[in-house]
Design a protein around this ligand. Structure first.
Ligand code: AMP
Length: 153
């Protein structure tokens, strides 16, 4: 396996984030790689905002829902020791923005969760499937069980 230099952790604030984050953190330690973190906003209204817009984390938007999302990302990144320049909050479609930031930031490994869905969900596709399909770099899909803890380290 090649050494990785830049790892991108994708978090969706689900109960599974801790499991995925621990893998990403362990890999970043093992390879002494940069660790970046991304959350893609797809669940709050963002009028007049184009898909792919990176939301600044150091300015108060005055929009409560957005500030809550920012605080959540900052807390997770703090717990993992991700430096400020490697924190990404982006408005858009999760798999598209994860792949786009990975390319832009020269990431060589994306780490995300996978529920290993079957049937209809598999046909419709999941974020993990789509990233695996579209990313130009390696992707680690961490298999998730339903009782995973949300603790990060
Ligand atoms: P899903 O396919 O929605 O079950 O998500 C699988 C994995 O993709 C999650 O465990 C996260 O690692 C990642 N993911 C899903 N949605 C997002 C999002 N909005 N922002 C960042 N990562 C995400």
């Amino acid at each position: 396996m090649n050494d990785y230099q830049h790892i991108l952790l994708a978090v969706d604030y689900s109960e599974h984030d801790g499991t995925v984050a621990r893998k990403a953190k362990a890999l970043s330690r093992k390879y002494q790689a940069w660790l970046s973190i991304i959350h893609v906003l797809d669940n709050i209204p963002m009028p007049d905002t184009a898909y792919g817009t990176v939301i600044p984390l150091d300015q108060d938007s005055g929009y409560g829902l957005l500030e809550t999302e920012k605080a959540q990302l900052m807390q997770t990144a703090d717990e993992l020791g991700v430096d400020c320049a490697h924190r990404w909050l982006v408005w858009g479609v999760p798999h598209q923005e994860i792949v786009s930031i990975a390319e832009r930031e020269k990431v060589d490994l994306i780490v995300l969760g996978s529920h290993g869905r079957h049937g209809l969900a598999l046909l419709l596709g999941s974020t993990a499937n789509s990233v695996l399909h579209d990313a130009k770099c390696d992707v680690m899909a961490v298999r998730l069980q339903d009782d995973e803890s949300k603790r990060f380290i």
